[in-house]
Write a protein that binds this ligand. Structure first.
Ligand code: NAP
Ligand code: GLV
Ligand code: GLV
Length: 323
């Protein structure tokens, strides 16, 4: 009998074809919505492997009920939706899609920096509401990027790529913080988080979400930021204390924020964040280029094929089990 791979949303076909050519049967959730826990458990019961989305909650009870699964390949680089320790205990391999979305996400963060700094959203909205009456020499005055200081919180794959883009294209001065100093050719300076918060004109968050990074940016951190500071988050919503951010934005304590991720997701259209004119809220599409999503489709399939063949996964989250 063919091994079944269940895919929780309809992803680009590249990886599905690869799975089929390796003899797997592929079943896809064709409903245009995420499955609830019960539906997902039903589909998982006969599966060898799953390809999951970051919106699927793969918690301990789910894993315990589905301990027959050989591998779960997350269609994302972040894996905070999965209880990795429990999966490891149950010898379920967890895969993810690093590298292939780095370029797309870094480009996106750069796009947010420019959009917020130059008031794309508020000026578009004003024009569309009939408020474009003349060429106003002092309307929508923003900030340029050239020569400014960019603070990267988490100089990993995406953080480093954004730093390179900003150093090369805009001669930006790069500072960063994180658990350890990194060797880099940009002359990026390793600083503490409080120093980074106090010196940066732009701050971009690139840490994974875990117990240490939840609310890493709260009231105390926002107070340290410069008045002209622009905060960019393409990592995970929970890294920011969103209530504290809203207060800081309302008080114009910082210049603005560009958020590809929020708490919760999806964000309610009535949320205060949508009413602030110095915030750009985007519905978590940082990796959504055709190129990145096609490569993620292939990589998430390759993870499953490698697990089946007993080889190294190209994107592996948990270390190999001892036995
Ligand atoms: P990565 O290469 O693992 O980089 C994460 C970096 O964060 C590492 O350099 C790590 O340092 C550092 N770090 C960990 N804890 C920290 C802390 N407490 N303070 C400061 N730095 C810390 O991951 P990536 O591929 O760049 O992805 C980063 C995150 O972006 C993902 O986890 C995901 O949540 C998010 N993401 C979002 C989108 C989107 O669509 N918006 C797309 C892709 C990724 P060490 O290496 O020294 O441990
Ligand atoms: C997207 O948010 C990812 O983690 O890949
Ligand atoms: C603006 O459009 C200019 O020509 O300066």
């Amino acid at each position: 009998m063919k091994k079944l791979v269940f895919i929780t949303r309809n992803i680009l076909p590249d990886g599905l074809n690869l799975l089929r050519s390796h003899g797997f049967e592929v079943k896809i959730n064709l409903l245009d919505r995420p499955l609830n826990e019960e539906e997902l458990s039903f589909e998982a019961q006969n599966a060898f492997a799953l390809i999951t989305m970051l919106s699927d909650r793969i918690d301990a009870p789910f894993l315990e009920r589905n301990s027959h699964l050989k591998v779960i390949s997350n269609y994302a680089v972040g894996f905070n939706n999965i209880d990795v320790a429990k999966a490891h205990e149950l010898k379920i391999i967890i895969g993810n899609t690093p590298e292939v979305l780095t370029e797309a996400t870094a480009e996106f963060a750069l796009g947010l920096m420019i959009s917020v700094a130059r008031n794309f959203s508020s000026s578009h909205q004003a024009a569309s509401m009939g408020l474009w009456r003349d060429w106003n020499p002092t309307a929508f005055l923003g900030h340029s990027l050239k020569g400014k200081t960019l603070g990267i919180v988490g100089l990993g794959r995406i953080g480093l790529r954004l730093a390179q883009m900003c150093a090369h294209a805009f001669d930006m001065n790069i500072i960063y913080c994180g658990p350890r100093q990194k060797i880099n050719s940009l002359g990026a300076q390793y600083v503490s988080l409080p120093t980074l918060l106090g010196q940066s004109d732009f701050i971009s968050l690139h840490v994974p979400l875990n117990e240490e990074t939840r609310h890493l940016i709260g009231r105390e951190e926002l107070v340290l930021m410069k008045k002209n500071c622009i905060l960019i988050n393409t990592a995970r919503g929970e890294i920011i204390d969103q209530e504290a951010l809203i207060e800081a934005l309302e008080r114009k304590q910082i210049y603005g924020a560009g958020l590809d991720v929020t708490t919760p997701e999806p964000l309610n259209p009535d949320d205060k964040l949508f009413q602030l004119d110095n915030v750009l809220v985007i519905p978590h599409i940082g990796s959504a280029s055709l190129q990145a999503r096609a490569a993620m489709s292939i990589l998430s399939a390759q993870n499953i094929i490698a697990a089946f063949e007993g080889g190294e996964l190209p994107g592996r989250v948990n270390p190999k089990a001892d036995n």
